[in-house]
Design a protein around this ligand. Structure first.
Ligand SMILES: [Fe+2]
Length: 493
């Protein structure tokens, strides 16, 4: 491991090392983690839930893109300095049917096709809800999320799949529910209790966004629906006390290759650099008019945070110069990183009075998967935690975790390079802590040297000192997507 990347680093990872993190993990485990370097902080109590593709093949047929892999939940429960591990696949209808059939039965959104070529795939427009994007505990329910359909409810202790969940009748059958809910730490409608804010989008020639707000018991307290013109690829959004903010990426959708059984739906997205990206600002009151502000053209999957200050809206987002598809590579494992744009963190200042914007780049180093102190969601904040590339310029896999001080611009990095690969860092506040950065950063990373995954626990105030504890799993977890830490919810094996 290295703490300070060399500015001249150009060969900081090996492609075979990187690829080896994309092996299917068909096994399901439950055990106490015995191999620990360092010491787990005594005050750290709760469970880290993570979601991501557990299978990169379907009965031996490789998926075309990891985003098409079946969802597998990982839970690492920490209490009194000990840690218990459990992983389990979400038993979606598709997972069960394909296991029984021993072959792919569905097309994937990101290009996975059924065997048999275009004839076997044309006009098969069914969606396989693969439940692989995020996992969240809210209203006494553990939910595996996938943006185009309902969540799957899981048993938080055993991770057993309990079935599709319509959120007590809120969602219609097959109703979209984004995998990026935001938790407002203090919401007027819930008498200053937290509330869960989320959306579902239905898109085509125009798009309908449905917004939902739930109280801590999981009861719907507010919903409203807004229409916007044009096709909208909306993976994430940001909130403030008064607004929900979306970026409508400058993309079109040509359905012909999808209908013809040649490409997946997401492969039919076309970036148009001549169009602006549009900030869609929707007041949370449900009645005030939407405002639309044009921005520089860029593609955004994820927003870090938003806040209101000085009569303006500020939004921190991971921007790509264009849609970061595989740029013609036959296979994601053969992706040429130098041809794919890297994500960079930009701050957008939106002036709602004049409907104008300004933007500046805050992190040039390739980055993704931002997180922050949950008490600052939608509020002014100082510290951002984010996965970054080891090399300072250009695109490369995430191999490090960065703490970025948004006030001073100071960056602190801990890198797992050359053989470690990082994912989403999760900030966990210290109980009774008051400073914004008083807590820990948890990151599940893949150690290609051991071909196993490890959970690193870093002191958020001393990132450059490296992990204070490393929990070494005796197997790997394929590179994952998103998750949460649920304080005080613990289980043992
Ligand atoms: Fe995401």
């Amino acid at each position: 491991m290295q703490t300070l990347p060399s500015p001249s680093a150009s060969t900081d990872f090996d492609m075979d090392d990187w690829r080896s993190g994309y092996r299917s993990q068909p096994n399901e485990y439950a055990y106490e983690i015995e191999d620990i370097d360092g010491k787990i902080p005594a005050e750290l109590e709760g469970t880290l839930f993570r979601n991501g593709p557990g299978l990169l093949d379907i009965a031996g047929h490789p998926v075309h893109h990891p985003f098409d892999g079946d969802g597998m939940i990982t839970a690492i429960s920490i209490s009194e300095g000990r840690a218990f591990f459990r992983n389990r696949f979400v038993r979606t209808e598709g997972y069960i049917k394909e296991k029984a059939a021993g072959k792919p039965l569905y097309r994937g959104v990101f290009g996975t096709q059924k065997p048999g070529g275009p004839l076997a795939n044309a006009f098969d427009l069914r969606l396989k809800n693969i439940a692989n994007t995020n996992v969240l505990y809210w209203g006494d329910k553990l939910l595996a999320l996938w943006e185009a359909a309902e969540p799957h409810r899981l048993d938080p202790q055993t991770l057993e799949t309990l079935g599709l969940d319509d959120l007590d009748g809120v969602l219609k059958s097959g109703g979209a529910f984004s995998a990026h809910p935001r938790i407002d730490p203090s919401c007027d409608r819930t008498k200053n209790q937290p509330c869960l804010v989320n959306f579902g989008v239905k898109t085509g020639l125009s798009s309908t966004i449905t917004l939902y707000e739930f109280d801590p018991k999981g009861r719907l307290v507010h919903t409203h629906q807004r229409n916007i013109p044009g096709f909208a690829f909306l993976h994430d959004f940001a909130i403030t006390p008064n607004y929900c903010i979306f970026f409508q990426n400058p993309v079109g959708f040509n359905p012909v290759p999808y209908l013809a059984g040649v490409k997946g739906a997401a492969e039919c997205i076309q970036f148009n650099a001549k169009q602006p990206t549009r900030a869609i600002v929707i007041p949370r009151d449900g009645t005030s008019p939407i405002q639309t502000i044009d921005l520089q053209p860029c593609f955004v999957f994820h927003h870090a945070n938003a806040f209101e200050a000085d009569g303006k809206l500020y939004l921190d987002s991971i921007c790509y110069q264009e849609f970061p598809d595989l740029k013609g590579a036959e296979n994601y494992l053969e992706a040429d990183f130098s041809r794919i744009p890297e994500g960079q963190l930009w701050r957008f200042e939106l002036d709602l009075a004049t409907e104008t914007s300004q933007a500046k780049c805050l992190i040039e180093r390739g980055c993704e998967f931002p997180d922050l102190n949950p008490q600052h969601v939608g509020r002014p904040y100082r510290y951002l935690y984010i996965g970054v590339a080891h090399r300072p310029q250009g695109n490369a896999p995430l191999q490090a975790v960065m703490k970025h001080d948004l006030t001073t611009g100071q960056e602190e990095i801990w890198s797992f390079a050359p053989r470690g690969f990082a994912g989403e860092p999760v900030f966990v506040p210290r109980p009774q802590g008051t400073a914004e950065d008083d807590g820990w950063v948890l990151g599940l990373f893949y150690n290609a040297e051991r071909r196993c995954s490890e959970l690193a626990i870093l002191d958020a105030q001393h990132i450059t000192q490296g992990p204070i504890a490393t929990l070494k799993l005796p197997h790997h977890i394929p590179y994952g997507l998103h998750g949460h830490f649920m304080q005080n919810l613990v289980f043992n094996a």
